[in-house]
Write a protein that binds this ligand. Structure first.
Ligand code: XBP
Ligand code: MG
Length: 256
């Protein structure tokens, strides 16, 4: 018989909160302006740049693919690192203004999981300071302690879609993938979680709605709330429930 569900592992950007368009993108642009660069990422361009995870990697991809005119200085690598540090400062400052809420159902499900004794973790490509800032601004100073492991940023060299960050988190928790459910919002995210062997629940957002979610256990618009029903976009449904709660997760887990 299959073991019981032990842990939930969450992606951050796009999954816990819609941080990309109004958080990361804005912070990148602020860092570019500070440095006197004529780089500006509008909402549509940023959607294309999300093909590459990791802020430093994304800046290099932008220069390679979108700015053939740009003459790289000899210290380009150092410049990217410095730009990224400035971007992180801007992003964490934006989070302190608490302008980006958690997505529907996220806090409810986290609280329900904690009460039931499920273990919680995070697997993300974003910088650790960004995770801390988001959790503090949304769940309060205690929020970060809800997560037993926070796998983030450069802790693994190969970012999503590589499975490495999920492998890292599972290793830290001493759990096999079959004991957990991952939560993702993007194609790079599900390639990573499925690559690590994890059953995956997907909640889409405006940037990821048309991504390929092959292998997802279920794809929804949001986790939903009692007064905000979620819509199932792909997969078996949530058995008469109007939002994703722990009972739904246990059923999805058992039937996979
Ligand atoms: C998130 C990312 C990150 C953030 C920016 O992807 O790709 O790069 O956009 O964060 P996922 P940094 O949700 O799949 O983890 O600038 O700190 O890298
Ligand atoms: Mg994501």
């Amino acid at each position: 018989m299959k073991m019981s569900l032990q842990a939930l592992i969450f992606d951050v950007d796009g999954t816990l909160a819609d941080t990309e368009r109004d958080g990361h993108r804005v912070a990148f642009n602020q860092a570019f302006a500070d440095a006197g660069l004529d780089w500006h990422w509008d909402v549509a361009t940023y959607g294309k740049l999300l093909a590459v995870t990791g802020g430093k990697e994304r800046m290099k991809y932008y220069v390679e693919q979108f700015r053939p005119d740009y003459q790289k200085p000899a210290d380009f690598e150092e410049m990217v690192v410095a730009l990224h540090a400035a971007k992180t400062d801007h992003y964490t400052a934006l989070m302190q203004e608490a302008r980006i809420p958690l997505r529907p159902g996220v806090e409810r499900l986290l609280r329900e999981a904690r009460e039931a004794g499920l273990r919680l973790a995070i697997a993300t490509t974003t910088t650790p300071a960004n995770v801390s800032a988001l959790l503090a601004s949304t769940l309060g100073q205690e929020g970060e302690s809800w997560f037993e492991v926070i796998g983030a940023g450069d802790i693994v060299p190969a970012k999503k879609p590589a499975p490495d960050i999920y492998d890292y988190v599972l290793g830290q928790m001493k759990l096999g993938p079959s004991a957990c459910i991952a939560f993702e919002d993007s194609e790079n995210g599900i390639l990573s979680s499925r690559g690590a062997g994890l059953q995956t629940v997907v909640t889409v957002n405006d940037y990821t709605r048309d991504h390929d979610f092959t292998g997802a256990t279920i794809v929804l618009d949001t986790l939903g709330e009692p007064d905000l029903p979620s819509t199932v976009l792909q997969g078996g449904g949530i058995n008469g429930n109007t939002y994703v709660n722990l009972a739904v997760l246990h059923r999805l887990y058992a039937s996979a």
